[in-house]
Design a binder for this molecule. Structure first.
Ligand code: ADP
Ligand code: MG
Length: 258
């Protein structure tokens, strides 16, 4: 049984086809990245998987059951940490456990454990505005992980961070994932990021959004950007995306020129 699977999934907005025939099979415990240019439908696909939006047609299952809305076993993490500014770090992390009938003491204990894993147990009494962007995203990660999701959906969570902080968080995320059975579907437009963290990269193209190519990365962790295989694949995928762009440009010029 797949963690997530879809067949011929489609979605349009205002008559524009945004997702075209998406066929997806994500194994339980897999780390999959959706890689593609801005506007190719990555977030839309992730929101549909999260149950926050409906597809127009096609099948979409989570663990063999149709997805009909949000569920506790699928947790979404966004680009902005979106922490509650009036709650301290530990209360931010513990917050989502409220609706799970866990008493307060236990909630704070679970939050503490999760904050320890992201190296922030020492600042659990601090408020979000006192933290750097990288620390805020670590808190957001702890807040997601404390819910013990089967499937973690991540929409460009590290895009706003500086290079070295981003690299560190990528490495930490991989470690956290390796210590669980969690499935991760991670969205990025960074080829390098996709290659550094995931087991499988699904390359998307736009107009209409579709999955265009797929790469299985049989490379051990931790990975480095200067590894030959990563460097080669990065160039190959970039070439691919550029030629796609060229074709789109030509088609557009022909259309405009009649
Ligand atoms: N709620 C919406 N209403 C109308 N159009 C939307 C909506 N959400 C996304 N779109 C359009 O769908 C396309 C894909 O968007 P999105 O999934 O956000 O792409 P990505 O995350 O890859 O940048 C874009 O053209 C965007 O303008
Ligand atoms: Mg997006």
């Amino acid at each position: 049984m797949f963690a997530i699977s879809s067949k011929e999934l489609e979605k349009s907005y205002g008559g524009e086809l945004v997702l075209n025939k998406i066929n997806l099979e994500v194994d339980t415990g897999q780390f999959v990245t959706l890689l593609g240019p801005s506007g190719c439908g990555k977030s839309t696909l992730l929101h549909i998987i999260a149950g926050l939006e409906d597809q127009d047609s096609g099948q979409l299952d989570c663990q063999g059951q149709p997805i009909t809305g949000p569920a506790q076993n699928r947790v979404m993490m966004m680009q902005e940490a979106a922490l509650f500014p009036w709650l301290n770090v530990e209360k931010n992390v513990a917050f989502g456990l409220k609706e799970r009938n866990i008493d307060k003491e236990k909630r704070l204990e679970l939050a503490h454990q999760e904050l320890k894993k992201v190296g922030l147990a020492d600042v659990k009494k601090a408020y979000p505005h006192q933290l750097s962007g990288g620390m805020q995203q670590r808190v957001a990660l702890a807040r997601s992980m404390v819910l013990k999701p089967d499937i973690l959906l991540m929409d460009e969570p590290f895009s706003a961070l500086d290079e070295q902080t981003r690299f560190k968080l990528q490495q930490e995320l991989v470690k956290l994932w390796q210590n669980t059975d969690m499935t991760i579907i991670f969205v990025t437009h960074s080829i390098r990021e996709a290659l550094l963290i995931s087991e499988r990269v699904l390359v998307m193209a736009s107009n209409p959004g579709q999955i265009k190519a797929e790469y299985e990365l049989d490379l051990p962790y931790p990975r480095k950007p200067n590894q030959q295989k990563i460097v080669n694949l990065e160039a190959e995928i970039l070439e691919d995306l550029l030629s796609e762009d060229d074709q789109k440009q030509k088609a557009l010029i022909e259309k405009v020129a009649g």
